[in-house]
Design a protein around this ligand. Structure first.
Ligand SMILES: Nc1ncnc2c1ncn2[C@@H]1O[C@H](COP(=O)(O)OP(=O)(O)OP(=O)(O)O)[C@@H](O)[C@H]1O
Ligand SMILES: [Mg+2]
Length: 278
């Protein structure tokens, strides 16, 4: 259940409806970590009745490997390369290291090949491509996918990218800020924070007995872009919680666990979807 995202869900459902009707569309979801980008992609995948769904994800460890992201996305359909026009097939094979030793990949032809391959797949049934963590997709794959996305026409294809904001508030350190996923010319949907009611409903569902809840529930307007942690005596601290500031609930349960294995809840109260680890 996704709380407080009616507008975003409607935008995705409309995109899928248009694709089923033979009108392509692209959407770039942007927002800070934990705000619900992947959850929206999951919704899209679940709502794609009758469509073929391709899912890909960017991985930081593969972000320096040319065409790793494309390889992951197209994975099960690489045999379709054989049906592409010769030049495109050659370029895509070379890009994916499936060509001979002399093979060279031409970036324009690779983009064109991706476009043709997606169109071919969509001829059989409408196609939905979901690309999560697009900020970590290697540059060559991103270039080819965006090239194709910009050239979709009257085809039953929908593409949704999800990427973190490069300027998200409070990155752990400047070095940990993700690279920017630049998608010029494509429609974007920026995810903003949940309102108090939606955030409270989310917490009530996910952690109904967690000690940190009481403060959140009783004062739903007090969302702050700070870390907040309640200890066993009900005291709450803001800033980065330390293990010393956390503990069991007064009754001894639940024993909420921190991400690093402590025995407390760590909540990141944000102006967004509240991200919780336990
Ligand atoms: N509106 C919401 N309603 C219910 N659950 C939500 C909502 N938004 C986010 N969540 C939940 O919060 C958690 C974090 O969301 P998600 O993984 O989608 O964030 P994200 O934006 O993809 O983060 P990241 O940039 O780290 O990948 C998930 O468990 C998700 O199901
Ligand atoms: Mg995600």
């Amino acid at each position: 259940m996704l709380y407080g995202r009616d507008g975003e869900l409607a935008a995705i459902d409309e995109l899928l409806g248009r694709a089923r009707a033979g009108r392509s569309g692209v959407l770039v979801l942007r927002g800070e970590a934990g705000i619900g980008k992947s959850a929206l992609l999951d919704h899209a995948a679940g709502a794609a009745d009758g469509m073929r769904v391709l899912r890909g994800t960017g991985f930081e460890s593969e972000s320096g490997m040319p065409y790793a992201g494309l390889h992951l996305l197209l994975g099960r359909h690489l045999d379709r390369i054989a049906g592409l026009p010769e030049g495109q097939a050659e370029a895509l094979r070379a890009a994916l290291n499936m060509g001979g030793p002399e093979a060279e990949s031409d970036r324009f032809l690779v983009g064109l090949a991706v476009l043709t391959l997606l169109s071919d797949l969509a001829e059989e049934r409408p196609l939905l491509c979901l690309v999560d963590d697009a900020h970590w997709i290697d540059g060559s794959s991103a270039e080819a996918l965006l090239f194709a996305a910009r050239r979709l026409d009257a085809e039953p294809i929908a593409i949704v990218f999800a990427a973190r904001d490069a300027d998200a508030p409070e990155p752990a350190s400047p070095e940990s800020a993700p690279p920017e996923f630049v998608a010029e010319g494509l429609p974007e949907l920026r995810l903003h924070g949940l309102d108090g009611d939606a955030a409270a409903a989310l917490l009530a569902e996910r952690a109904p007995t967690c000690p940190a809840m009481s403060g959140g529930r009783s004062s739903p307007g007090r969302w702050a872009t700070r870390w907040r942690c309640s200890n066993s005596r009900g005291a709450a601290g803001t800033g980065r919680p330390t293990s010393g500031s956390c503990g069991r609930s007064p009754s001894g349960s639940p024993r909420c666990r921190s991400r690093r294995g402590g025995s407390c809840c760590w909540w990141r109260w944000t102006t967004s979807a509240t991200r919780a680890w336990w």
